[in-house]
Write a protein that binds this ligand. Sequence first.
Ligand code: UD1
Length: 423
Amino acid sequence: MDRFQIQGGQALRGTVRISGAKNAALPILCAGLLTDEPLVLHNVPPLRDVSTMRRLLEGMGMTCHRHAQSSDGQETLTLQANNVSRLEAPYEMVKTMRASVLVLGPLLARFGEALVSLPGGCAIGQRPVDQHIKGLTAMGAQIEIDHGYIKARAGRLKGARISTDMVTVTGTENLMMAACLADGVTVIENAACEPEIIDLATMLQSMGAQIQGLGTDRLTIHGVDRLHGAHHTIMPDRIEAGTFLCALMATGGELLAQGARADQMGATLDKLREAGLDWQESEEGIFARADGRPRSVNARTAPYPGFATDMQAQIMAVNTIAQGTGLVAETIFENRFMHVQEMRRLGAQIEIDGHTAVVKGVGRLTGARVMATDLRASAGLVIAGLVAEGTTDIDRIYHLDRGYDRMEEKLVGLGAHVTRMSS
Ligand code: UD1
């Protein structure tokens, strides 16, 4: 199992190219199931979750042709679902990646049938998919849960008015994809507004889908009889960009997050400015400079455009060495503070009070051996390791590889001392 060894204390300087967004790529790959024509996707990040999704889709009979990588490592994929025979997402795949549930809506809409393993709980919480099921049932699907599997059948889905009980990102995506091929009009109320949903919807529109209300919490979809092939370029990963900017805030220095878009990162950039980051957007991306110790900030996670739960561990890492005390409240997932005990090993002073972490900034962290527990917790630990004095070893870095493209290479390119060790 690989680990990162970090010699902390280097300021970050240089340019880092931001990869395509994981959370846009995953639903977009699944949208390939909605047509028998080729879908050409550019700027696909070479991540473990993306290859897991490809394997899942190939297992169904979709062809995924990988073109040569571009000089910055991003891939172009051509998908074609003209020979799909196995309408199933088995447990072995879903347990390694919950986003596998995104095949449910497309399979049901195009083939009238799907068998998808229930994802079950995961490290950061229970994460049920009841809203996906509720919405598809409202569209006329017959769904039963049997031996841990969602068994779904439908004739042609019917447009419906759906109001989800909470804001759900993949739930909105699943229902939106299903509605594109339904008979009649579907209205999704309380829809998630994340930029990745807009990216997916934009691609669906270029496949011929009729979707209105992009970027709002009310999506209206006029179903069409069929969708056609398209070309699409995946948006930049706003969480990756935010992670590098948090790292910069903690270590000091200056960097260009090439390709990052400020309009998709409002809450993160506002917090970082409050913490003392000086940033500007240009045509190339976001240029940022950090000088001296950050100021502590309070952050409360919320659906977009609120502060992203996927940035919570990283902003906490900034607070650990900031001046003053910052409160970090997690409102989306019930168990997303597992990085706290690992950050304490580096000397961070953090108390948990219910869903809030009270982070008292300390003058310095010191290196230690810590363990990554989930994707974003790992990113928070990397930031803490970059600023800690001495050596930090982060075990179980495979979590990080699910969602960050060659993070250690990118950090080394910015002057950090990070080595991947295989044991
Ligand atoms: C997506 C993102 C993930 C991010 C999360 C919240 C992808 C592939 N993953 O995950 O990186 O952390 O959004 O921004 O895009 N819920 C239910 N029932 C449902 C669906 C959700 O109770 O049917 C709850 C969840 O348990 C959670 C909350 O709603 O507490 C939000 O979850 P959701 O937005 O669905 O997260 P994901 O789409 O799984």
